[in-house]
Design a protein around this ligand. Structure first.
Ligand SMILES: O=C1O[C@H](COP(=O)(O)O)[C@@H](O)[C@H](O)[C@H]1O
Length: 290
């Protein structure tokens, strides 16, 4: 077994969904996310929450912009927004977490939460969601204490009602919520969240929130969910665009791949793992039609 755990052990279905380009991918993923939130809201009694983990990165940002556009922004006619089916959703039951974050000033545009708030903040209906940003440099905490603080926040929601179909399967990491959907970008090097190839963070999969202090992609200092926390999600969605990601996607879908070389191979959901890719990212997969 690799230090990151056996990526193929006891996981749900793996699906690949092909999209024309990054814009189509972002728009379709946004629609998928809204529909998943609606399904979960409808499947459990109010006020039970829905837990969603957001990703940074380019396609992650475009996806959230597409979510705001679908829900209705302040530029839209309020009458149209009120008629939209998403207006009926109880967004106050939705909790938004982050898969990773850059440990820089809160005002930095390098922050994943800044990108997410800028995108989703355009939709008045989404003002009701609960944000769970990772600590920033402004909090003045040592990185290890910042990680511990986010882990404590996660633990506060670990007992929330989750999906009855998968809860109790023994594969949820203790101390993290039953994430309903966890989205990840994938780097050209195969990293997910801030779990980079060959880094010590892959050697402690059981730690809910890990510190990366020498990320090969700047900024060097970051926080990330650990592998077991990621694998606690009911569904993991890897949202990837661009032919510079094609090798990482092909490796991430190969069960024999070493997690130390391609961390993405170990990012699996308990019920499903969905690779949502555009033609460029899929261009090294057999039968992609591209
Ligand atoms: O550093 C990061 O990179 C990945 C991928 O970003 P992309 O721009 O190449 O799509 C992202 O998923 C992660 O959240 C972020 O911190």
């Amino acid at each position: 077994m690799t230090p990151g755990g056996d990526p193929g052990q006891g996981v749900g279905d793996v699906e690949v969904a092909l999209h024309e380009d990054a814009e189509d991918l972002a728009r379709t993923t946004a629609a998928r996310l809204i529909s998943a939130v609606a399904d979960v809201l409808g499947s459990r009694p109010a006020p039970a929450p829905v837990h969603v983990v957001l990703t940074g990165g380019r396609v992650g940002g475009r996806t959230l912009e597409a979510v705001a556009a679908a829900v209705g922004t302040e530029e839209d006619d309020p009458a149209d927004v009120a008629e939209d089916p998403t207006a009926a959703l109880d967004w106050s039951r939705v909790h938004l977490w982050f898969g990773d974050e850059r440990l820089v000033e809160a005002s930095s545009d390098e922050r994943n939460d800044a990108q997410a708030r800028a995108a989703l903040g355009r939709a008045p209906l989404l003002a009701a969601v609960h944000w769970h940003p990772m600590p920033s440099a402004d909090d003045g905490l040592a990185p290890v204490d910042a990680a511990a603080r986010y882990a404590a926040e996660l633990a506060e929601h670990a007992e929330d009602l989750g999906d009855p179909e998968v809860d109790g399967d023994g594969r949820r990491s203790p101390g993290v919520p039953a994430f309903d959907v966890l989205m990840l970008g994938v780097g050209p090097d195969g990293h997910v969240a801030s779990l980079f190839p060959g880094r010590p963070t892959l050697g402690t999969p059981e730690v809910a929130v890990v510190v990366e202090d020498d990320a090969p992609k700047p900024p060097a200092l970051r926080l990330s969910l650990g592998l077991d926390a990621i694998r606690s999600a009911v569904e993991v969605w890897l949202v990837v665009a661009g032919d510079d990601k094609a090798r990482a996607v092909a490796r991430g879908l190969d069960d024999t791949e070493d997690v130390q070389r391609t961390p993405a191979v170990a990012a699996r959901g308990r019920r499903a793992t969905r690779w949502l890719v555009d033609r460029g990212a899929a261009s090294r997969l057999a039968g992609d039609g591209g």
